[in-house]
Design a protein around this ligand. Sequence first.
Ligand SMILES: [Zn+2]
Length: 700
Amino acid sequence: MLPLRESKGGREGGSLTSSRPAGEAPGRISIAPVSGARSIASLPELLGENSLFASLTVPQRTALAARFVRRELAARSELFRRGDVLPGLAVVESGHLGLATRNLTSGALRVAATLRAPDAFGSTALVLGAPSELDVFALEPTVVHLLPKEMLGAIMRQVPEFAIALSRSVAVEASLFSAPGSIPWSDLERYVFDDRLFACLPAGLAAKGRICPLELTGDTMTVAMVDPREVAALDALSAVVPGVRFRVVACAADDLRRFAAARLAVRTESDLGPPSVGSESRVSFRFLSEDLAATKDPRAKVSVGPPPPAVSAIEEILGVGLGVGASDIHIEPERSGVVVRYRLDGSLKRRKEPFPGDLTKGIVSRLKTLSRLDITETRRPQDGRLSVQLQSGRLIDLRMSTVPAKFGEKVALRVLDSDGAVGDLKSIFAVEQVRTLFTRLLSRKTGFILVTGPTGSGKSTTLYSALNLCRAARDVNIMTVEDPIEYHLDGVTQVEVHPEAGTTFATVLRALLRQDPNIILVGEMRDAETARIAVEASLTGHLVLSSMHANGTFEAIARLRDIGIEPYAIANGLLAVLHQRLVQRICPHCVAPFEYPPIIVSQLERHGVLERGEPTVLMRGAGCARCRNTGLLGRTTVCGLLLINDDLRDAITHRASLAELRSAAGRGAHIELPSYAGALLRMGVTVPGEVLPLMQNVQD
Ligand SMILES: [Zn+2]
């Protein structure tokens, strides 16, 4: 009588208790399409994540799981057709379902919504007993589980919360039919790939292959999207072509890939890891804390057989990350296994295959042991550090942090390549005029140079390169206060702050000043006290270099004023403010002239990047093996440089407004970021899609 008795083969236990409270929006856990079978043991877990079934107990979900029927759908195949009487409720395990309404006269499909794991569909038709109002089909290879409708009544009688969740689900589904902005489905066949329009996409977006401009008519751009819910992608495109209205059509990932094959063919293989780029670039290394790990786990050293899977997984993860020059390595336990992502030139690249989920514990514990963290503590975030030595002898520090997450501890490793080559200013400033001005500033004996920009805009690289130049050019005493020390510079006294031990930027800075330095680097001006000491030092015979989180050069001056630094001190100490951003560089091996669409050129003119009517030849990377067909390789700086001249000094002392500061600077002291960007475009160093998004948020 109780249909939900635990089935014999069912499994229960702590591992199946994950659940999401009913009513909460389903998570966007993106699961790689799995063609293999999900074992029935993990179906209860999937159900636990769906708001409909979250109120069921684990044994109930386990029993229920046995009643589901699994179905695999090929891309574009139908699950239900409009008018069908639904046989049951569908729960998505993997892949992507589209719910479409059909225009009865034209027959055109309009996608009203899309579903991913652990979404469910069918409650309305089942409760009403009415035929489906929607066509439901797979946008990509998809696996669903169908619960026969007879089961629904039985669950409702036993679990009242299920009935409530079901009625909520009915309401949500009903709202889909009446949603006004439903999205038409397109098979892309009637469009012709337009390489010039594709060039409107910012580089990061283009590489993902999930969005593609199809045509531009007047000020309306038709855009194909694999998942129209990815509004961030549309925002990013809108930043390049503001004022353009978008008409979105939905399409299948495979279709889009085929459609844009000319620009995506090799790109889709840019995921890291074997058998593509990863294994070629993999380097071997050894842990400097290995001995320590070995004493704790003697088997690790003594064993003669192949290394345990977790150990080889770590060697693979770090070996590839260090080999390709990743700045960060993320190890993220997810439902599908241990996902590894590398930050490369600012964007995250995913390793193709996740490692099996049962390696999570082994990988995390070993890394924690090597970083001297507490392996028994799994519920609190921890920070540590580990060092490795490459075969070449180079030492690399990794700053490790752990955060407890749903499927296990997530590990982030920051690569501090302290032995790595500090770049010279030539590689940072492609525009010679700015390079010369900045170099000249560094020869001053006293004063204050501020480098601004958001996180990850290359501020520390610029500062280190500046110190490197000072160190080589003059016999000077250089000291730094940093958090953390990112590069080691011979002949420079570097001090790391440890706030928990009582050494802050301010205390270290005060101590350093007693040691008579000529040049001081203050890693970052985070608080008023540090800023005050630094500015005062710049007035008393020291050259001070520092960075600040700000969106423009003038904003930095305002910030200094706002935190209480006296205007006369700013005016007399400050030599210059540099504001910088990083953009992707055109691959030098395949750079070629490219005719961008007029809409791009007019945007560049509108923002002062190019002169109006200026006959300019713009460039693009055509795509080659070295840039993996992306046309882009490495990054470069886009910057604005404000030199404090007499006019500005006057204006700052008299507490001038931002507008007054701007007009004072107008008289020759300011190289604006857009004109620097224009120079980069003319030199063929970067592409419009990289600089246009910056124009929206730089106040310079
Ligand atoms: Zn290339």
